[in-house]
Design a binder for this molecule. Structure first.
Ligand SMILES: *Cc1c(COP(=O)(O)O)cnc(C)c1O
Length: 368
């Protein structure tokens, strides 16, 4: 006998709940597959190598201090990140995952009716957050499953405050090139802010990485989002960061919770930053895995989208059905209807044996 939905903000009531990748334990429970050990998860673009061993060591050492609140200003981590990125510490802010930073940007820049420009197949969280703030989502069609920055620039009307560019984009794995981004930034009007989400940038060939931190040094209206969830293998800790002009970072500090970056995460991230070896191994694993999956899909006659990150969109026919059939074989991938891509599933690059399991299961499922 509740009327909560009718008295809630209508724009919240109409929101779908975000559908994350299915956790291994949940799938085991539901399908009564018994042992979780037989199930592999290639559904959330996690790091197949696991966390940085240096981060694990730092967390173990930090465990005994967990009765203390975190350093709310995250002094050491912001200083470490700033030094590594060639910016100032007051140009960096941490978040409970980079997802929280998307929300902080909304707190700072969106009011009901404000415009948010996104690509139609970009990371879905941008539009969910926009809707939660009663903003107006301006959805711009992609070209060849790639952000069309010219069309996005043309879609920026006077009410637009935020423009999201996911680079590489999840779930398509595609990238915009540096020249296109430069041109886009040149023409960005003063009332709009570009948010460049680089969740996977550490895995991208350095020659292909646009120098987005230069926009920060040039004091443009820009925030660059990064995360410890992917290349650093720390998705469970929830830690991301934004780099932007100090004035903009100060705005985000005003709307964050006092201790939004937890102490365990800060300790782990400081150590992970030094673990270049782990990031390099991750990149090599991803490069080899992408090649291996690409070859297998070619052999099976399946279309796929060449990817710059640690996942791939592959066209399997009925995506939801294939997702379910793979799950019954103990392989969790991600269906893509939420992105208007019902014929595809998105698969995360795993270890070599995991990739092999995926290919075997897929061959079993899509064989006519
Ligand atoms: C995985 C991902 C993130 C990272 O989210 P966290 O909250 O940092 O775990 C951000 N943006 C995109 C596009 C992603 O795919």
């Amino acid at each position: 006998m509740h009327n909560l939905t009718s008295i809630a903000n209508p724009w919240v009531a109409e929101l779908p709940v975000y559908e994350p990748g299915r956790p291994i334990e949940e799938v085991a429970r539901e399908l009564e597959l018994g042992d979780v050990a037989g199930i592999i998860k290639l559904a959330s673009n996690e790091n197949a190598l696991g966390p940085s061993p240096k981060a694990v060591k730092a967390m173990t050492a930090a465990a005994g201090s967990m009765h203390r609140y975190p350093d709310g200003s995250a002094f050491y981590l912001r200083r470490g990140l700033a030094a590594r990125l060639g910016v100032e510490p007051d140009e960096v802010i941490l978040g409970n995952g980079s997802n929280e930073l998307i929300e902080l940007l909304a707190h700072a820049f969106l009011s009901p009716g404000a415009g948010v420009v996104v690509a139609d197949r970009a990371f879905v969280v941008y539009r969910l957050v926009a809707t939660a703030f009663c903003a107006r989502t301006v959805s711009v069609p992609m070209q060849d499953l790639t952000h069309d920055l010219e069309a996005m620039a043309a879609a920026i009307d006077e009410g637009v405050r935020l423009v999201f560019v996911s680079n590489p984009n999840n779930p398509t794995g595609t990238m915009v090139e540096a020249e296109a981004l430069d041109r886009f930034m040149e023409h960005l009007p003063g009332h709009a802010v570009a948010v460049i989400d680089e969740a996977y940038i550490e895995m991208v060939d350095p020659a292909r990485r646009p120098d987005t931190l230069r926009y920060v040094r040039e004091q443009r209206n820009v925030f660059v989002l990064r995360t410890f969830s992917k290349a650093y293998g720390l998705a469970g800790l929830r830690l991301g960061y934004a780099v932007g002009p100090a004035e903009g970072i100060t705005l985000l500090h005003k709307v964050r919770q006092p201790f939004n970056a937890n102490a365990m995460a800060q300790a782990a991230a400081l150590a992970a930053l030094e673990d270049t070896d782990h990031v390099q191994k991750t990149c090599a694993l991803v490069r080899d895995g992408l090649a291996c999956l690409g070859n297998a899909f070619d052999r099976m006659g399946l279309d796929y989208v060449p990817s710059a990150a640690n996942f791939m969109l592959v066209r399997v026919g009925e995506g939801r059905k294939v997702f379910e059939q793979l799950m019954r074989r103990g392989v969790i991938v991600r269906p893509m209807e939420a992105y208007g891509l019902p014929e595809y599933v998105r698969v995360t690059v795993g270890t070599a044996p995991e990739n092999e399991r995926l290919v075997d299961a897929l061959e079993d499922v899509v064989r006519p």
